[in-house]
Design a protein. Structure first.
Length: 319
C-alpha cells in the first residue's frame, strides 16, 4: 500500500506566519512542516488561512493577503531546500505534481467574513489560488450565523454563495449550523455544484454543534463533495465521560462515515488549529499508521487516507 495522505484542513500556514517561524522546517514548533512531507509517496495538504473574528473584516482580509505572500515565500524556501512541494490551484496541478513526485499545497480560507460586503474580493482570492472557502467560524457576521447559533444565511450570504458557484469556488460547510447547511445544499443543487465539509466529525458519535448529522454527510457526498474527519478532541468524544480522546475515536468517526458511504470520507486533521491532539496522534504519519492497521481492504484504507479527498479535489478544483 502506498504511503500517501490527502488532508483537507490544517492551520499550519496561518500559525507559522503569525508566530514568524518557518513552515518548511521549524524543529517541531508546528504539528506539520513541509520538510516532513518528503517521506510520503503522495501528499496533498489544504492549508487554510483563518479569518480571526477578533479582527475587523478588512483586517482579516489584509491578514489573508499577508499570509498568501508568506506562502509564496515558503514555497520558494522549500524549493531552495530541495523539497519537492508545489502549490496546486486546480485538479490538473495535482495530477502534474503526483507525476513529478511533488507534494501539493492548496490554499484555502477559513471564514468568509473577510469578504465583507465586497464580493469582488472573491475574485482576488481566486486569483491567488483559493478555491475552498469556509463560510463561517463562530458567532455571526454579515453573511449569516454559525454552529454557535441557528441563524440562516443573510441575503448577502446567499449572494456570496451563488457568486462562489459562478466562480467555480466551493463552499466549506464546516462550522455552519444545520439551517445554513440546508440552504447551501439547496443552492448547490440549483447550480449543480459540489460542497465540502473539510473538518467535521459525526454528530451521531459525539453530539457537538460542530459535527455533521448523517443526513448532511450523505447530502454533501451526493453533491459530489467529501467530508474530512477532524482531530479536535471535543468533536471526537464526550470528554465528560473520558479523560481524553484517542486514535480509537478517530477510527470510530472514519468508520461511521464509511458505513454511510465509503466514497465520501477522508481526513481533515486541523493540525495547528487544535490545542490538543488525540492520544496516539502527534503528526501526519500517525494518521497513516492508524488507518493502515485497520482490518479493512487496502482499497478502503487508501480511500480514507488519500483517494476520496484527492479525487474530490482533482474533479472539483477548476483552473
Amino acid at each position: 500500500m502506498k504511503k500517501q495522505i490527502c488532508d483537507l484542513h490544517c492551520d499550519t500556514l496561518y500559525r507559522a506566519r503569525k508566530e514568524k517561524i518557518s513552515a518548511v522546517d521549524n524543529f517541531g514548533k508546528t504539528m506539520l512542516s513541509l520538510s516532513n512531507l518528503a517521506k510520503y509517496d503522495n501528499y496533498i495538504q489544504v492549508m487554510a488561512v483563518w479569518s480571526d473574528k477578533r479582527f475587523s473584516n478588512d483586517e482579516a482580509y489584509d491578514v489573508f493577503l499577508d499570509t498568501a505572500a508568506y506562502f509564496k515565500g515558503q514555497l520558494a524556501a522549500a524549493e531552495y531546500a530541495g523539497l519537492k512541494v508545489a502549490q496546486a490551484v486546480c485538479g490538473d496541478d495535482i495530477k502534474k505534481n503526483e507525476s513529478c513526485g511533488n507534494a501539493s499545497l492548496v490554499l484555502a480560507v477559513e471564514g468568509a467574513n473577510l469578504v465583507d460586503t465586497k464580493l469582488s474580493r472573491l475574485e482576488m482570492l481566486r486569483s491567488l489560488g483559493v478555491r475552498l472557502v469556509t463560510l463561517a467560524w463562530g458567532g455571526r457576521n454579515q453573511l449569516g450565523g454559525s454552529h454557535e447559533n441557528s441563524e440562516r444565511l443573510t441575503d448577502l450570504g446567499r449572494e456570496l454563495v451563488c457568486h462562489m458557484f459562478e466562480l467555480d469556488m466551493i463552499p466549506d460547510l464546516s462550522h455552519s449550523n444545520s439551517k445554513m447547511t440546508d440552504e447551501v445544499l439547496g443552492l448547490a443543487a440549483r447550480f449543480n455544484k459540489p460542497v465540502v465539509a473539510t473538518h467535521s466529525d459525526a454528530y451521531a458519535l459525539c453530539a457537538h454543534s460542530r459535527n455533521l448529522s448523517d443526513e448532511h454527510y450523505k447530502a454533501i457526498v451526493k453533491s459530489g463533495g467529501v467530508v474530512g474527519v477532524s482531530l479536535a478532541c471535543m468533536h471526537l468524544a464526550d470528554l465528560t465521560n473520558k479523560p481524553a480522546a484517542d486514535s480509537g475515536d478517530l477510527v470510530a468517526h472514519l468508520m461511521h462515515y464509511r458505513e454511510l458511504d465509503k466514497n465520501g470520507v477522508g481526513l481533515g486533521s486541523d493540525f495547528d488549529g487544535v490545542d490538543e491532539l488525540p492520544r496516539g496522534i502527534s503528526e501526519p504519519f500517525d494518521l497513516y499508521k492508524t488507518v493502515s492497521e485497520l482490518d479493512i481492504p487496502d482499497e478502503d484504507k487508501e480511500k480514507l487516507l488519500y483517494n476520496n479527498a484527492r479525487d474530490f479535489l482533482v474533479n472539483s478544483l477548476k483552473a
